[in-house]
Design a protein around this ligand. Structure first.
Ligand SMILES: NC(=O)c1ccc[n+]([C@@H]2O[C@H](COP(=O)([O-])OP(=O)(O)OC[C@H]3O[C@@H](n4cnc5c(N)ncnc54)[C@H](O)[C@@H]3O)[C@@H](O)[C@H]2O)c1
Length: 290
């Protein structure tokens, strides 16, 4: 098992992140911003090509907001298309698309590349960790984390302990989160854990209210913010998450719980079909520039 202890020097960690999408880039920003070296791996050439500039941009934003330590040099960043670059890592975080088969494939492949004892983490929104653990060569090494977007601003991280997750993996994930100055809240394994099980059906309902013509997206968000204290409004949150990812997560929840409130509503499905998937495409419930 990794010998990282709480308070380790940042370069005692060597992190591999799989997936350079919204979350992979965000977690990479958080890690290099705390001095941890990162290998960021994606199969999509376009994602790899833009990743460095996106991380530089997020580092600037995080710096302006005072969200990163100013006494730690930025960690080295390597962007790659080859899983073999995960060899020698102290931890691997997979943040690939929320499709079970894809995650199982990368977990199976990477778990035989890294040394026994290396922490394996899935940043899945909803897939039970014990399901994914079956794909790993050593199921005891897999832990769930649920970093949120933007990862550098949100200090609390939901940590999911699967039925087979070992104590050593829990120690390693706590040590990594300590170095990243995050606050773990450990929960048991279940579809959607706590945050997605509560938030994603709520966003689905908010979209359904718009679909039924009861209110505009702006008015739904204004009411949820003004009356109920929701920080950004559920539909702005949908745009921030990515509506494609939200629909994938709702499908995972629906398939595993049978809760009809988790079946993605038509408006969300239409937006995915139209490519209006939120901030990352420039349009979702709202329009975005740049
Ligand atoms: N978006 C959010 O707000 C959010 C929050 C918490 C958790 N999550 C979870 O984090 C994970 C990633 O979400 P995202 O929003 O970044 O998705 P995304 O669609 O923005 O990015 C996924 C990336 O994975 C890459 N990928 C797919 N297969 C791969 C493979 N075999 N190897 C390497 N890369 C591969 C894709 O090319 C893409 O760049 C999902 O499990 C999601 O549910 C998302």
């Amino acid at each position: 098992m990794s010998e990282n202890n709480a308070g380790d020097a940042p370069n005692a960690h060597r992190l591999t992140i799989l997936g350079a999408g919204v979350m992979g880039v965000g977690i990479a920003t958080l890690a290099v911003g705390h001095g941890v070296p990162v290998a960021l791996i994606d199969v999509d050439q376009a994602k790899r090509a833009e990743a460095e500039a996106r991380i530089a941009h997020e580092l600037r934003l995080a710096g302006l907001m005072g969200a990163l330590p100013d006494d730690v040099p930025t960690g080295e960043l390597v962007i790659s298309d080859s899983l073999s670059d995960a060899a020698g890592s102290t931890a691997v975080i997979e943040a690939v698309t929320e499709i079970s088969e894809l995650k199982e494939k990368v977990i199976a492949e990477v778990s035989v590349i890294v040394s026994p004892g290396t922490l394996l983490v899935s940043n899945t929104s909803s897939i039970p960790i014990d399901e994914l653990a079956s794909a790993a060569a050593r199921p005891a090494e897999l832990v769930g984390t649920h970093f949120m977007n933007p990862s550098y601003l949100i200090r609390t991280v939901e940590v999911i302990r699967g039925a087979r997750t070992g104590e050593a993996a829990m120690d390693s994930v706590r040590a990594l989160l300590t170095t990243l100055r995050r606050r773990p809240v450990v929960v048991r394994d279940a579809p959607g854990f706590v945050t997605s099980r509560v938030l994603h059906p709520m966003i689905n309902d908010a979209a359904r209210v718009v679909q039924e013509g009861t209110a505009t997206a702006e008015d739904v968000d204004a009411l949820m913010q003004g009356c109920l204290g929701h920080a950004t409004g559920p539909l702005r949150t949908a745009d921030l998450i990515g509506i494609d990812n939200l629909v994938d997560s709702l499908n995972v929840l629906y398939e595993r719980t049978g809760d009809s409130g988790c079946r993605p509503c038509d408006l969300l499905l239409e937006k995915v079909r139209a490519g209006d998937i939120g901030r990352k495409s420039g349009r979702g419930f709202y329009e975005y520039e740049g």
